[in-house]
Design a protein around this ligand. Structure first.
Ligand SMILES: [Fe+2]
Ligand SMILES: [Fe+2]
Length: 182
């Protein structure tokens, strides 16, 4: 697979979890508390897979290679996308920290949860769309076949150093979240 195809396959997995978050948010709208472990699972996936593993590839390897081939490092698209990764981290931290206050009826804490989930869904959906529809087609023009092949190898090395077991666990988590949300 080319580097862009690898990143796109990761996007598809992230998008499936984003769809699950949207279903969970709809439940929250109806006053439904998420099933136990769902939020912790979503945080673990978003931090480990979407951020460390996937944004890690983009920020450490993919974007720098685009810059080497003449794409500006600031502004649109790379500066904007990097900024969105930071916004995503802040929202995931908010999700990790969300919990009803001691003595509070958990249902009273749901509006805050709803806002965080809606924010994550909107941010990720828009971000994935921009990369799929604008950045990858652009990268396919800027990067040479040798660049794509070398990036693919570097991505595989990064997965290897992350740990194949850890990657599998996160992929499994994505499936569980998707199933839980129906
Ligand atoms: Fe990204
Ligand atoms: Fe991405």
């Amino acid at each position: 697979m080319t580097a862009c195809q690898i990143l796109k396959a990761e996007h598809d997995r992230i998008a499936a979890v984003v769809n699950a978050l949207e279903v969970i948010a709809a439940g929250v709208d109806n006053g439904q508390l998420p099933a136990p472990g769902t939020i912790a699972g979503a945080v673990e996936f978003l931090r480990g897979y979407a951020d460390q593993l996937h944004h890690g590839k983009e920020e450490a390897l993919f974007f720098p290679r685009l810059v080497e081939r003449g794409v500006p490092s600031q502004g649109c698209p790379i500066g904007g996308l990097t900024h969105e990764h930071e916004k995503g981290r802040a929202l995931v931290s908010a999700l990790a920290e969300w919990s009803p206050a001691p003595g509070q009826d958990p249902r009273d804490a749901l509006p805050a949860l709803r806002e965080i989930l809606r924010g994550l869904v909107a941010l990720y959906r828009d971000h994935l769309w921009k990369e799929d529809e604008m950045v990858f087609p652009m990268a396919d023009r800027f990067l040479t076949p040798a660049d794509q092949a070398e990036l693919s190898r570097q991505f595989a090395d990064l997965d290897q150093s992350f740990g194949p077991e850890a990657v599998r666990r996160l992929e499994q988590l994505a499936e569980e979240l998707t199933l839980t949300a129906g």
